[in-house]
Ligand binder design. Structure first.
Ligand SMILES: [Zn+2]
Length: 219
């Protein structure tokens, strides 16, 4: 799942006056942002295997640190605690709890689309509802979530200037196009390239923060 995660970020931002959309992006994509780093370090592994699901050509056979249930719970707690420490207690407890839940929402949404490759513990048992094998349903679900997130965010904020308006639409337009091309385009050439390209998704965090700063929160 990809843009479905951003939908949670948009909805979360709409409900939290003091937490930037950038922080929310970091939270909901935290597992996928760590993943390319761990791939490059050789701590986790993926295989390009066209046809393994009808939608994604990736065989996620080894990623327990980022994508096991226990791992996801650990990262969620760490993120919430980290937020509290970095904001030196000024960040409300509610905000820390919501961001932690945002990190964990990634695993729940992945569970819906992944085939049974998500480990509960480090070495299984493996779970996944496999919506990637029903492309129409997978694409519709993510698109509806994405549209809903955008609706909630636009209702809760107003653009102050051109960055707030066009920066927003270019960010979310690009995310949607990237997701569609990753889903229906050719598979990545090799695992290393996949990991390096994956690292580029870090750029969306400051972009979201920047756009959000140019919008007024209405509540
Ligand atoms: Zn993921």
């Amino acid at each position: 799942m990809f843009v479905g995660h951003e939908a949670i970020a948009l909805a979360g931002r709409a409900k939290t006056p003091r937490i930037s959309l950038g922080t929310w992006f970091l939270a909901v994509q935290f597992l996928d942002l760590l993943w390319p780093i761990f791939l490059l370090l050789g701590w986790e592994h993926v295989r390009i295997s066209p046809g393994i699901t009808k939608l994604t050509p990736l065989d996620f056979y080894d990623y327990p640190i980022t994508h096991s249930l226990v791992g996801a719970l650990g990262w969620s707690v760490a993120f919430g605690v980290g937020y509290r420490i970095l904001t030196r207690g000024k960040g409300e407890r509610r905000g820390a709890l919501l961001l932690g839940a945002g990190v964990f929402s990634h695993w729940i949404l992945d569970l819906v689309v992944h085939t049974d490759d998500l480990p509960i513990l480090v070495r299984g048992p493996y779970v996944g509802l496999g919506l990637w094998n029903v492309p129409v349903a997978a694409v519709s679900l993510e698109t509806v979530l994405f549209a809903l997130g955008i609706f909630l965010y636009l209702r809760a904020t107003r653009a102050r200037d051109a960055i707030g308006r066009w920066g927003f639409w270019s960010l979310f337009g690009l995310l949607y196009v990237l997701w569609l091309s990753a889903s229906f385009g050719p598979p990545p050439p090799d695992e290393r390239t996949l990991a390096w390209v994956g690292l580029l998704s870090w750029l969306f965090v400051p972009w979201a923060w920047w756009v959000d700063r140019h919008r007024t929160y209405l509540g």
